[in-house]
Design a protein around this ligand. Structure first.
Ligand code: PEP
Length: 250
Protein backbone atom coordinates (compact mmCIF):
# COMPACT_ATOMS: atom_id res chain seq x y z
CA UNK A 1 0.00 0.00 0.00
CA UNK A 2 1.51 3.34 -1.01
CA UNK A 3 -0.78 6.28 -0.47
CA UNK A 4 0.39 9.87 -0.16
CA UNK A 5 -1.91 12.72 0.78
CA UNK A 6 -3.20 14.71 -2.17
CA UNK A 7 -4.67 18.17 -1.56
CA UNK A 8 -6.46 19.78 -4.52
CA UNK A 9 -8.05 23.20 -4.87
CA UNK A 10 -11.01 23.75 -7.17
CA UNK A 11 -11.27 27.48 -7.88
CA UNK A 12 -14.60 27.05 -9.69
CA UNK A 13 -15.76 30.22 -11.52
CA UNK A 14 -13.67 32.62 -9.45
CA UNK A 15 -10.72 34.94 -10.09
CA UNK A 16 -9.53 37.23 -12.84
CA UNK A 17 -6.13 36.62 -14.41
CA UNK A 18 -4.41 39.01 -12.04
CA UNK A 19 -6.08 37.51 -8.98
CA UNK A 20 -5.26 34.02 -10.20
CA UNK A 21 -1.60 34.91 -10.73
CA UNK A 22 -1.42 36.37 -7.21
CA UNK A 23 -3.03 33.32 -5.64
CA UNK A 24 -0.91 30.86 -7.61
CA UNK A 25 2.26 32.76 -6.65
CA UNK A 26 1.29 32.75 -2.97
CA UNK A 27 0.55 29.01 -3.09
CA UNK A 28 3.87 28.22 -4.74
CA UNK A 29 5.62 30.12 -1.96
CA UNK A 30 3.46 28.78 0.86
CA UNK A 31 3.55 25.14 -0.21
CA UNK A 32 7.12 24.89 -1.47
CA UNK A 33 8.15 22.96 1.63
CA UNK A 34 4.84 21.07 1.84
CA UNK A 35 5.13 17.31 2.04
CA UNK A 36 2.05 16.26 0.13
CA UNK A 37 0.86 16.24 -3.48
CA UNK A 38 -0.93 19.44 -4.52
CA UNK A 39 -3.10 20.66 -7.37
CA UNK A 40 -4.93 23.81 -8.39
CA UNK A 41 -7.80 23.76 -10.86
CA UNK A 42 -8.55 27.25 -12.18
CA UNK A 43 -11.12 28.14 -14.84
CA UNK A 44 -10.15 27.46 -18.46
CA UNK A 45 -9.54 31.20 -19.02
CA UNK A 46 -6.92 31.22 -16.25
CA UNK A 47 -4.94 28.14 -17.19
CA UNK A 48 -2.49 29.95 -19.43
CA UNK A 49 -1.80 32.47 -16.67
CA UNK A 50 -1.36 29.91 -13.90
CA UNK A 51 0.58 27.29 -15.91
CA UNK A 52 3.98 29.05 -15.94
CA UNK A 53 3.65 29.97 -12.24
CA UNK A 54 3.17 26.39 -11.05
CA UNK A 55 5.38 24.73 -13.67
CA UNK A 56 8.32 22.93 -12.07
CA UNK A 57 6.86 23.30 -8.56
CA UNK A 58 5.12 20.71 -6.38
CA UNK A 59 1.71 22.03 -7.53
CA UNK A 60 0.01 20.32 -10.45
CA UNK A 61 -2.20 22.13 -12.94
CA UNK A 62 -5.75 20.85 -13.21
CA UNK A 63 -8.86 21.64 -15.24
CA UNK A 64 -12.38 21.54 -13.82
CA UNK A 65 -13.99 19.76 -16.75
CA UNK A 66 -13.32 18.64 -20.31
CA UNK A 67 -15.34 17.99 -23.45
CA UNK A 68 -16.28 14.41 -24.28
CA UNK A 69 -15.14 14.91 -27.88
CA UNK A 70 -11.57 15.44 -29.00
CA UNK A 71 -12.37 18.31 -31.34
CA UNK A 72 -15.03 19.58 -33.71
CA UNK A 73 -18.20 21.65 -33.76
CA UNK A 74 -18.92 21.86 -30.02
CA UNK A 75 -19.57 25.49 -29.19
CA UNK A 76 -18.52 26.43 -25.69
CA UNK A 77 -16.61 23.22 -24.97
CA UNK A 78 -12.90 22.75 -24.28
CA UNK A 79 -11.04 19.73 -25.61
CA UNK A 80 -8.46 17.46 -24.07
CA UNK A 81 -5.98 18.58 -26.75
CA UNK A 82 -6.46 22.21 -25.80
CA UNK A 83 -5.99 21.38 -22.12
CA UNK A 84 -2.83 19.43 -22.78
CA UNK A 85 -1.51 22.25 -24.95
CA UNK A 86 -1.74 24.52 -21.88
CA UNK A 87 0.15 22.11 -19.66
CA UNK A 88 -2.84 20.66 -17.83
CA UNK A 89 -1.91 17.42 -16.05
CA UNK A 90 -5.16 16.50 -14.31
CA UNK A 91 -8.86 16.92 -14.95
CA UNK A 92 -11.68 16.91 -12.41
CA UNK A 93 -14.62 14.93 -13.82
CA UNK A 94 -18.11 14.29 -12.47
CA UNK A 95 -18.07 17.15 -9.98
CA UNK A 96 -21.50 17.40 -8.39
CA UNK A 97 -22.05 20.79 -9.99
CA UNK A 98 -21.49 19.17 -13.38
CA UNK A 99 -23.77 16.26 -12.47
CA UNK A 100 -26.62 18.23 -10.96
CA UNK A 101 -26.54 21.72 -12.52
CA UNK A 102 -25.40 20.61 -15.97
CA UNK A 103 -27.01 17.16 -15.98
CA UNK A 104 -23.90 15.14 -16.75
CA UNK A 105 -24.70 11.46 -16.26
CA UNK A 106 -22.50 8.50 -15.42
CA UNK A 107 -22.27 7.40 -19.05
CA UNK A 108 -20.99 10.78 -20.22
CA UNK A 109 -18.59 11.03 -17.29
CA UNK A 110 -17.24 7.55 -18.05
CA UNK A 111 -16.56 8.54 -21.67
CA UNK A 112 -14.68 11.62 -20.43
CA UNK A 113 -12.66 9.51 -17.97
CA UNK A 114 -11.60 7.18 -20.77
CA UNK A 115 -10.72 10.05 -23.10
CA UNK A 116 -8.65 11.82 -20.44
CA UNK A 117 -6.73 8.63 -19.62
CA UNK A 118 -6.15 7.90 -23.28
CA UNK A 119 -4.48 11.30 -23.57
CA UNK A 120 -2.34 10.82 -20.49
CA UNK A 121 -4.21 13.04 -18.06
CA UNK A 122 -4.73 12.12 -14.42
CA UNK A 123 -8.43 12.07 -13.49
CA UNK A 124 -10.09 13.11 -10.24
CA UNK A 125 -13.46 11.35 -10.43
CA UNK A 126 -16.00 12.87 -8.05
CA UNK A 127 -18.77 10.85 -6.46
CA UNK A 128 -21.24 11.77 -3.77
CA UNK A 129 -24.82 11.60 -2.63
CA UNK A 130 -27.54 14.24 -2.31
CA UNK A 131 -28.99 14.98 1.12
CA UNK A 132 -32.24 13.14 0.34
CA UNK A 133 -30.23 10.11 -0.79
CA UNK A 134 -28.29 10.11 2.49
CA UNK A 135 -31.49 10.50 4.49
CA UNK A 136 -32.99 7.57 2.61
CA UNK A 137 -29.97 5.44 3.60
CA UNK A 138 -28.70 5.33 0.03
CA UNK A 139 -25.33 7.11 0.35
CA UNK A 140 -23.30 3.92 -0.13
CA UNK A 141 -25.39 2.70 -3.06
CA UNK A 142 -25.18 6.06 -4.85
CA UNK A 143 -21.41 6.30 -4.42
CA UNK A 144 -21.01 2.69 -5.48
CA UNK A 145 -23.02 3.19 -8.66
CA UNK A 146 -21.15 6.37 -9.56
CA UNK A 147 -17.81 4.64 -8.96
CA UNK A 148 -18.67 1.48 -10.90
CA UNK A 149 -20.20 3.36 -13.85
CA UNK A 150 -17.52 6.06 -13.86
CA UNK A 151 -14.81 3.39 -14.11
CA UNK A 152 -16.55 1.07 -16.57
CA UNK A 153 -14.01 -0.27 -19.05
CA UNK A 154 -11.04 1.15 -17.13
CA UNK A 155 -8.18 -1.31 -16.68
CA UNK A 156 -6.36 -1.91 -13.44
CA UNK A 157 -3.22 -0.55 -15.12
CA UNK A 158 -4.98 2.81 -15.56
CA UNK A 159 -5.87 3.13 -11.90
CA UNK A 160 -2.56 4.80 -11.02
CA UNK A 161 -3.93 7.81 -12.91
CA UNK A 162 -7.29 7.82 -11.14
CA UNK A 163 -8.15 9.57 -7.91
CA UNK A 164 -11.62 9.35 -6.41
CA UNK A 165 -13.06 12.36 -4.60
CA UNK A 166 -15.94 11.60 -2.24
CA UNK A 167 -17.95 14.80 -2.06
CA UNK A 168 -21.31 14.55 -0.31
CA UNK A 169 -23.36 17.11 -2.22
CA UNK A 170 -24.99 18.46 0.95
CA UNK A 171 -21.55 19.37 2.31
CA UNK A 172 -20.28 21.30 -0.72
CA UNK A 173 -20.15 25.05 -0.15
CA UNK A 174 -22.61 24.77 2.73
CA UNK A 175 -20.26 24.93 5.71
CA UNK A 176 -21.60 21.49 6.74
CA UNK A 177 -18.83 18.91 6.81
CA UNK A 178 -19.39 15.19 7.03
CA UNK A 179 -18.04 13.97 10.36
CA UNK A 180 -14.66 12.30 9.92
CA UNK A 181 -16.35 9.01 10.89
CA UNK A 182 -19.15 9.34 8.33
CA UNK A 183 -16.73 10.38 5.61
CA UNK A 184 -14.35 7.53 6.45
CA UNK A 185 -17.21 5.02 6.30
CA UNK A 186 -18.02 6.02 2.71
CA UNK A 187 -14.34 6.08 1.78
CA UNK A 188 -14.02 2.54 3.15
CA UNK A 189 -17.09 1.52 1.17
CA UNK A 190 -15.70 2.98 -2.06
CA UNK A 191 -12.34 1.34 -1.38
CA UNK A 192 -14.22 -1.95 -1.00
CA UNK A 193 -15.87 -1.36 -4.37
CA UNK A 194 -12.43 -0.81 -5.94
CA UNK A 195 -11.28 -4.02 -4.24
CA UNK A 196 -14.15 -6.00 -5.75
CA UNK A 197 -13.51 -4.53 -9.20
CA UNK A 198 -9.72 -4.52 -9.27
CA UNK A 199 -8.38 -6.52 -6.30
CA UNK A 200 -6.97 -5.76 -2.88
CA UNK A 201 -3.70 -4.20 -4.04
CA UNK A 202 -5.50 -1.65 -6.22
CA UNK A 203 -7.92 -0.88 -3.38
CA UNK A 204 -5.02 -0.29 -1.03
CA UNK A 205 -3.28 2.05 -3.44
CA UNK A 206 -6.09 4.24 -4.74
CA UNK A 207 -6.22 7.79 -3.38
CA UNK A 208 -9.65 8.83 -2.12
CA UNK A 209 -9.99 12.53 -1.36
CA UNK A 210 -12.77 14.00 0.76
CA UNK A 211 -14.48 17.19 -0.38
CA UNK A 212 -17.15 19.27 1.32
CA UNK A 213 -16.37 22.36 3.38
CA UNK A 214 -12.82 21.33 4.22
CA UNK A 215 -11.22 24.16 6.21
CA UNK A 216 -7.92 24.64 8.06
CA UNK A 217 -9.62 23.74 11.35
CA UNK A 218 -11.15 20.43 10.24
CA UNK A 219 -8.54 19.17 7.76
CA UNK A 220 -6.35 17.33 10.27
CA UNK A 221 -9.25 15.39 11.85
CA UNK A 222 -10.47 14.30 8.43
CA UNK A 223 -6.98 13.35 7.19
CA UNK A 224 -6.37 11.31 10.35
CA UNK A 225 -8.95 8.77 9.21
CA UNK A 226 -7.59 5.60 7.73
CA UNK A 227 -9.35 5.84 4.39
CA UNK A 228 -9.14 9.60 3.79
CA UNK A 229 -6.12 10.35 1.62
CA UNK A 230 -6.50 14.02 0.84
CA UNK A 231 -8.98 16.74 0.10
CA UNK A 232 -10.72 18.43 -2.79
CA UNK A 233 -11.23 21.96 -1.54
CA UNK A 234 -13.57 24.62 -2.96
CA UNK A 235 -14.17 27.78 -0.94
CA UNK A 236 -11.06 27.49 1.20
CA UNK A 237 -8.92 27.04 -1.92
CA UNK A 238 -9.55 30.64 -2.96
CA UNK A 239 -7.15 32.16 -0.44
CA UNK A 240 -3.57 31.17 0.32
CA UNK A 241 -4.32 31.90 4.00
CA UNK A 242 -6.71 28.96 4.09
CA UNK A 243 -5.38 26.61 1.39
CA UNK A 244 -1.77 26.59 2.60
CA UNK A 245 -2.68 25.48 6.16
CA UNK A 246 -4.93 22.76 4.72
CA UNK A 247 -2.04 21.68 2.49
CA UNK A 248 0.24 21.58 5.52
CA UNK A 249 -2.21 20.04 7.99
CA UNK A 250 -0.58 18.18 10.83
C1 PEP B 1 -15.89 21.41 -4.13
O1 PEP B 1 -16.37 22.22 -4.87
O2 PEP B 1 -15.37 20.43 -4.64
C2 PEP B 1 -15.94 21.64 -2.69
C3 PEP B 1 -15.65 20.65 -1.92
O3 PEP B 1 -16.31 22.88 -2.26
P1 PEP B 1 -16.27 23.43 -0.73
O4 PEP B 1 -14.92 23.10 -0.18
O5 PEP B 1 -16.51 24.91 -0.85
O6 PEP B 1 -17.37 22.74 0.01
Amino acid sequence: MSRNYYIAGNWKMHKTRQEAAELAGALVEGLKDGKHKYLVAPSFTLLETVAPIVKGTNIRLGAQNMAVDVQGAHTGETSVLQLKDLGVQTVILGHSERRHLYKEDDELINKKVKLALRHGLEVILCVGELLEEREAGRAEAVCETQTVKGLEGILVTDLANIVIAYEPVWAIGTGKTATPEDADAIHAWVRGVIGRLYGAAAAGDIIIQYGGSVKPDNAAQLMAKENIDGALVGGAALKADSFVPIGKFS
